[in-house]
Design a protein. Structure first.
Length: 250
């Protein structure tokens, strides 16, 4: 890989530093080894999410029910990754474009801004880059390898993803429409938990509780929050999809 010798020398010298924008909006530059424990899941984006006529990617903002704030993305693939972070119960907070990682490359200073930083419930940190395999050229491969080494130095996990599988993304995208707390109906939730104590089809179970028009939003809300479970990766959710409470899936 191009630049691999420079990569190794940089990592060995722990010469990584990061530029980030803290929660008060102050732009800072610090050695990674001195700021690895900062809450990067709460920082502001280090760069903007521009939009222009005829651009290929579609930037925007995902409203995270996990954090109660918007998280930017630069493409629909990144949107789906943000959505999956929001859906992941192991993730307690996440941010986009959290910092510039700086290092000495073979031809001079290099920098890379990962797409997301996620904080896990166990306190761990995860840095994510979103790039499908067929779009990883030599420069990108070096940037990802350097980022992985920098993460390893401070005990973070590094992940590169091309986005979630198509069926899983479609199902979670549907459930995301019911993620807001306004969908919660405790009375209906209790009945759904009882009815779905054993796996039964979505529509049949909803009808046992009441009018599906009133019940289904709460059912999808519970699927989003994973109090109910279904095979979201195997097939698109439909009236006959089997659903069970978490206790019922034991």
């Amino acid at each position: 890989m191009a630049g691999s010798a420079a990569l190794t020398a940089s990592a060995a010298g722990s010469s990584f530093d990061v530029v980030f924008v803290d929660e008060e909006g102050r732009r800072r530059r610090e050695p990674l080894s001195a700021c690895w424990d900062r809450p990067f899941e709460k920082v502001l984006p280090v760069r903007a999410f521009p939009s222009a006529k005829d651009q290929v990617n579609w930037p925007g903002y995902w409203w995270s029910v996990t954090t109660g704030r918007h998280v930017g993305y630069e493409s629909w693939v990144e949107r789906d990754v943000a959505m999956m972070l929001d859906f992941d119960r192991a993730v307690i907070a996440f941010s986009s474009q959290p910092f510039w990682l700086n290092w000495a490359g073979g031809s001079g200073p290099r920098r890379h801004a990962p797409d997301f930083f996620a904080r896990l419930a166990d306190g761990g940190g995860v840095v994510l880059d979103v790039r499908p395999d067929d779009r990883v050229d030599a420069a990108a491969a070096e940037a990802f390898a350097v980022t992985a080494q920098a993460c390893a130095e401070v005990g973070w996990e590094f992940r590169r993803t091309g986005g979630p599988p198509t069926v899983l993304a479609a199902n979670v995208r549907w459930l995301a429409g019911y993620r807001h707390p306004r969908c919660r109906r405790p009375d209906i939730a209790e009945d759904l938990s009882r009815v779905f104590s054993q796996p039964i089809p979505v529509l049949a179970g909803a009808r046992e509780v009441g009018d599906p028009i009133a019940v289904l939003p709460m059912l999808y809300h519970l699927l989003w929050w994973q109090a109910l479970r279904a095979d979201l990766a195997g097939a698109v959710l439909g009236p006959r999809s089997l659903v069970a409470s978490v206790e019922g899936t034991g």
